[in-house]
Design a protein around this ligand. Structure first.
Ligand SMILES: [Zn+2]
Length: 434
């Protein structure tokens, strides 16, 4: 067993081959006083979950625990499915906002990714979707985690985000003499199509596209469309042919509608919604991924982090409207997947968004579903994660208290299991055998 010292916590970390290494039995029973399975409205109390070879084999209030099973009694804890953040930037950190970011090399970004993957997992997020990274550093990160060289969440990654020249996904800080353009920049339907093929070639699980301007980019407006409908259609067609989903960054109402009509699978940010945009999304089965926590961070810390004054101004103009749009989308019954844009703010603080989601209209259970079963559906991973069900991968977390009474309980995840392996346990769980 590896022992890692992180943030002053001694964390027992079993390497992935728990059963193969003979360090622990492959059968584990988890006991806790409550369980939210991600699907049903009912809370199971008390709860026992049996796990074999990294998968859930039984869930119940009382179960016969087979002999030779390692029993972990978590006591007065609520068990939930491992959380999912559908919009993160693991290779980015807020301290490198604005001009500071120009001095950061791609290998350095990859190393940020390794550290942030661990922070994200320890915050209870056992799966995440990385939407935009330079140099395919996110592809490398995903592969290193899958190869058990690094510890982190299960990842779906996009590689570089596609965008127009001078748009949100280009780099507009440098003068012309540097001749710099971001690697995902592609103009016109055919070039956009080629770029989509290229990111898929180099390992992208999904395609990220910037359909509108953004907050943290220089010289554009979040409300203004960037990619044309023709370009969006070309990207979507190419991605879908290759079995990849498309995540579209879109703040403005027109760009949201155009991206939905072009067939993207999710709208990221979805800041300026009207009723037509919401009903269009429902018609097309498009998810909204609304990052409604980071407004607080940008307004309070953004300037200190190097964000441009124009970015702070843009956030002031759009942050509150995005939260109102969120309420409107919740009332409209729109499908939402939890996504935070972590990287704009500190990784590991992802769960702070639950409280904002509840304040702006979701029930705690709806917010939990957005980060479990619904996010799993957007990721295309509903068959393996997102709920505590027989046959699913044993990705579970434990929190003190009842997140249905106070959703902020999710901000302090004390127990994390990924694929049947305990990666974090600060509850000093009673560890026995049967
Ligand atoms: Zn983002």
């Amino acid at each position: 067993m590896l022992r890692l010292l992180i943030n002053g916590l001694v964390v027992g970390l079993l390497t992935a081959g728990t059963s193969a290494s003979g360090e622990a039995p492959s059968r584990v029973a988890l006991k806790a006083s409550r369980l939210i399975d991600g699907r049903s409205d009912k809370v199971l109390a008390p709860a026992v979950v049996l796990i074999e070879d990294g998968r859930i084999t039984q869930v119940g209030t009382t179960l016969v625990i087979p002999t030779g099973t390692r029993v972990l009694d978590l006591g007065s804890v609520t068990l939930l499915p491992g959380l999912i953040d559908a919009h993160v930037h693991l290779t980015q950190v807020p301290e490198n906002s604005g001009y500071q970011g120009l001095g950061v090399s791609l290998p350095r970004e990859a190393l940020y990714g390794a550290a942030n993957a661990l922070k994200t997992l320890f915050a209870g997020f056992t799966s995440a979707r990385n939407v935009g990274a330079g140099g395919y550093s996110d592809v490398a990160l995903r592969d290193a985690i899958n190869a058990d060289e690094l510890v982190g969440p299960r990842l779906l990654v996009s590689g570089p985000a596609l965008g127009i020249t001078g748009g949100h996904c280009d780099e507009n800080l440098l003068p012309p003499k540097f001749h710099y353009r971001e690697e995902g920049v592609a103009d016109g339907p055919w070039e956009a199509r080629t770029r989509a093929r290229e990111v898929i070639k180099y390992g992208a699980d999904l395609v990220k596209v910037c359909a509108s301007g953004g907050v943290l980019s220089k010289g554009d407006q979040p409300g203004a469309p960037q990619y044309s409908v023709e370009e969006l259609r070309a990207i979507v067609e190419e991605a879908h042919r290759a079995g990849r989903k498309v995540a579209a960054h879109a703040h403005g109402t027109l760009s949201i509608k155009e991206a939905i009509r072009a067939g993207v699978d999710s709208i990221e940010h979805a800041s300026l919604l009207d009723d037509e945009a919401i009903s269009l999304a429902r018609e097309h089965g498009t998810f909204f991924v609304m990052d409604i926590y980071n407004d607080d961070f940008i307004l309070q810390q953004g300037a200190k982090m190097g964000m441009l004054p124009e970015s702070i101004e843009k956030e002031k103009a759009i942050g509150k409207l995005q939260r109102e749009s969120f309420s409107r989308a919740v009332r409209g019954g729109e499908r939402m997947a939890f996504g935070t844009d972590a990287g704009v703010f500190q990784h590991g603080d992802n769960a702070k968004q639950f409280d904002i989601m509840v304040r702006y209209g979701m029930t705690p259970m709806q917010a939990i579903r957005a980060a479990t079963v619904d996010a799993a559906e957007l990721l295309g991973w509903k068959d393996r994660v997102g709920s505590i069900e027989v046959g699913k991968l044993a990705d579970l977390i434990g929190v003190r208290g009842d997140p249905l009474k106070d959703v902020r309980a999710l901000e302090d995840v004390g127990f994390v299991m990924k694929g049947g392996v305990v990666v974090k346990d600060t509850f000093q769980t009673v560890n026995g055998g049967s």
